[in-house]
Design a protein around this ligand. Structure first.
Ligand code: CO
Length: 248
């Protein structure tokens, strides 16, 4: 668990976060029918190289690529490759970087061309879940205030929350304590204090919450093959409220 001790450390976390934000912004511009997920991965690799950043996912427990690209019923950890995006798809892109020993991690779900109404609602609600979670990142609040805010937003909209995968502390490692579940009763767990940095990442499904992992040992999909969305930001708790390090 990181506890930012100096302005210098906060500056380094901001640097890592800024590059993640830039990479997501650039790759988002390239998302369209006809492009492959592997091409999106290459584009991000080029940008990270230019910025002197290391792709944090590559080689992590043997993960083979620099981004995760999860399409439609894929929830997270989709491996980019030859898959061509089609009009009507939704794609979740997740990027993690390390610069000078500090990490940033963020994800967005984007429409490919024209998408159906339910998919658009799923994207809107999941983005709102993340914003509701971020709002709870205040000094004096408790960890599960974040969890509850996310679950409440998702379920009020008729969607379900993925429970097997969670957000996490982030700092000098990509995954630090504490785990940040996207569900649960409020008012429990760690009391939030300035210096704590969390990666908050709701994964929300149109249908049931159950997941399974494909034969590639990475791609997590919904058991019922309904669509799923994923948004993530790296957020620092400060004296003056949440600071979203991966937002431009
Ligand atoms: Co993460």
């Amino acid at each position: 668990m990181i506890n930012l001790k100096s302005d210098r450390e906060l500056t380094l976390m901001r640097d890592a976060g800024r590059v993640v934000a830039e990479a997501l912004e650039e790759v988002a511009k390239a998302v369209r029918p006809g492009i492959t997920t592997g091409e999106l991965n290459s584009l991000v690799e080029d940008l990270l190289q230019q910025r002197g950043a290391r792709a944090a996912f590559k080689g992590y427990y043997g993960y083979p690529e620099s981004i995760c690209a999860s399409v439609n019923h894929e929830i997270v950890h989709g491996i980019p490759g030859l898959k061509t995006l089609m009009d009507g798809d939704i794609i979740s892109i997740d990027i993690g970087v390390e610069i000078n020993g500090y990490y940033g991690d963020a994800a967005v779900t984007l429409p490919v061309g024209n998408i159906d109404e339910v998919s658009q609602k799923l994207i809107d609600v999941t983005a709102r879940c993340l914003e509701a979670g971020i709002e709870q990142c205040q000094k004096g609040k408790r960890l599960t205030d974040i969890s509850f805010a996310i679950q409440d937003n998702a379920e009020s909209a008729g969607f379900s929350v993925v429970k097997e995968y969670v957000g996490h502390g982030i700092g000098r490692a990509m995954h630090e304590d504490p785990q940040v579940p996207n569900f649960g009763r409020p008012g429990r767990g760690l009391r939030l204090s300035p210096g704590l940095v969390l990666a908050i990442e709701p994964m929300i499904n149109v249908g049931g919450s159950w997941t399974e992992v494909l034969a590639d040992n990475w791609t997590v999909v919904t058991k019922d093959r309904t669509r799923s969305a994923h948004f993530e930001h790296t957020v620092a708790v400060t004296e003056c409220g949440p600071e979203v390090l991966t937002r431009r």
